[in-house]
Design a protein around this ligand. Sequence first.
Ligand code: NAD
Length: 312
Amino acid sequence: MELRELGRTGERVSVIGFGCGPLGQEYGALDENEGARAVRHAIECGVNLFDTAPYYGRTLSEERLGRALEGVRDRVLLATKCCRYDKDGFDFSAERVRASIDESLARLRTDHVDLFQIHDVEFGPFDLILNETLPALRAVQATGKARFVGITGLPIEMLRRLADAFDVDTVLSYCHGNLMTNDMGAVLGPLAEHGVGLINASPLHMGVLAPGGQQAWHPAPTEVLEMGRRVSARCTDAGIPVARFALRYALDRVPAASTLVGMRTAGEVDENLTALEGELDPALVRELEELVAPVRDWTWHEGLKENAPSRL
Ligand code: NAD
């Protein structure tokens, strides 16, 4: 497994990271043992970055990950988040950040996380995040309960503005670095040159580019979802699993230290590791880029109106 420097942290992360949204059943029912087998198999295969959050399964993902990591915690870099607890449940106060880390550590059965991130910054007022939430994360770091701190969210312009204004260790962006939407490198790439560790999440566009398609909650415009079905059908015709194509596409084109893909089973782990082998057929890449061009970079709005990019 190729490892890359995670910004200035001094840590090296696997180019494929394990997204733990599915462990919290965000992608349908998942047997706990099956998910634990996926976690342990991924570790055996050299995956060393695991990303979870209290929000995933409303604490279920952290609980399950904590149990799955018993005895192997020290072999991984563990990332979790704070400030988002439900679909509409946010709290960006310093007091909640202090309580949140202790709750997460108990669920994760560890005395520290490697990365502590603000979950979905676009739902908080910019100034509050800058002046209260981020300093609170640094205060948590000073206690030793978190080794590094970062931000996550959908609107890459806001992630960029925050990272320009506050010295964060990492920035996690999702659904902006894959075949459907690929502007992460242009907007966030320069941060990497200044030592910020970039993490690219959702290379399958949150299931749009998975063989079974996305969940009912997916917020993308219907044209994007329909395009996902066409891409999937074309990959099947071409004899390449759509997930493998999509993951490799993201790995090749996005300047991230790690690409987080949500995995449910050991079989999906194996399938995703095959994405590291060989090369994509350049003719198929060109053809699919042309196919998706009419909806390329179509995103959607999340969060407070004041944080939305002007184009939305
Ligand atoms: P994703 O694009 O990784 O897609 C996940 C879906 O694809 C799941 O249904 C999974 O079972 C399926 N899948 C994966 N590999 C497959 C394979 N080989 N064959 C068939 N199906 C396969 O979406 P995601 O899980 O939302 O994103 C990855 C991770 O990134 C998350 O789990 C989470 O850790 C992180 N993330 C963070 C934020 C945030 O902080 N705001 C937002 C989105 C994602």
